[in-house]
Design a protein around this ligand. Structure first.
Ligand SMILES: Nc1ncnc2c1ncn2[C@@H]1O[C@H](COP(=O)(O)OP(=O)(O)OP(=O)(O)O)[C@@H](O)[C@H]1O
Length: 270
């Protein structure tokens, strides 16, 4: 199935979502009446000014918070109705996260950080570290495999964060302002990597940003204001697709790890 056909199937459905926070005697309505479909294989940017509700929406979509009203379905599963324990399992199995502040574990090397999600799935150490090394090669970090986060630049740490988010090939990768702490050149590299992983692995990425530049990397732009959707745009082609390839960074082989068959690793490429 090609990318455009793939993007005709919803992976995430949001129905009449509301989020209210009690603050003293008042109620802050952070999200109101949000109804939205995000398609499989789509890069979606949730865009809007500060305070418009972007992070709140991301937290509801990824099950980090429970909505006040409404429903979020991922692959048809109503995640808002899962218990905390079921949600934790669901997140480990189906979702990946890229954070603005990287959130790498400081006492683990780059390889160990990337391999961590596979450890939670019981993949043996040699296999998970091999998979991590392959993905680190893909993001141009073969020479930093044994470095700790404090020994890497911000851009390098974020590349580790991207490899970690994609290593299990989750259904959806959520990225909250993933380039917020990076300069413009590094931002371009990091966004090219995210887009390339999404394209090659046919994965859905949901990105939050207040920056119009970031929205140009998306197939689907959802504009929020005052907690509500005020605009939605879709395009088949990403304006900023720059053709980042593994071959650009001296790794000719890409490891495809199938999380549903942890024993099987296969290689593609020349
Ligand atoms: N835990 C909370 N308690 C009370 N109000 C909250 C809480 N979290 C968010 N809000 C309010 O909800 C609204 C949306 O906040 P949110 O953080 O989602 O906006 P945002 O678009 O992500 O902003 P930014 O770009 O500045 O991060 C804001 O008015 C905020 O003050």
């Amino acid at each position: 199935m090609d990318g455009a056909n793939l993007r005709s199937q919803p992976v995430l459905e949001v129905r009449d979502l509301w989020k209210e926070y009690p603050v003293g005697d008042e109620t802050v309505v952070a999200l109101q009446n949000v109804t939205l479909n995000i398609m499989r294989g789509e890069i979606c940017c949730i865009f809007g000014p500060s305070g418009s509700g972007k992070s709140t929406l991301l937290n509801q979509l990824s099950g980090l918070e429970k909505p006040t009203r409404g429903e979020v379905l991922i692959g048809g599963i109503p995640i808002s109705r899962l218990s905390e324990e079921q949600l934790t399992n669901f997140r480990q199995r189906h979702l990946g996260f890229v954070f603005q502040s990287y959130n790498l574990l400081p006492q683990l090397t780059a390889t160990e950080n990337v391999a961590l999600p596979l450890m939670f799935r019981g993949v043996p150490k040699p296999q998970r570290e091999q998979a991590a090394r392959e993905l680190l090669a893909r993001v141009g970090l073969s020479h930093r495999l044994n470095h700790f986060p404090s020994q890497m630049s911000g851009g390098q740490q974020q590349r580790v964060g991207i490899a970690r988010a994609f290593i299990t090939r989750p259904d959806i990768v959520f990225a909250d302002e993933p380039t917020g702490n990076l300069d413009s050149k590094t931002t371009t590299q990091v966004m090219d990597m995210i887009c390339s992983f999404a394209r090659d692995f046919h994965q859905t990425v949901i990105l939050v940003s207040h920056d119009p530049e970031m929205a140009s990397y998306a197939h689907h732009i959802v504009t929020l204001r005052d907690g509500g959707i005020v605009g939605e745009q879709r395009t088949q082609h990403i304006e900023k697709e720059r053709g980042f390839h593994a071959s650009n960074i001296h790794s000719q082989q890409v490891l495809l790890f199938d999380p549903y068959y942890p024993q099987s690793c296969r290689y593609t490429g020349s």
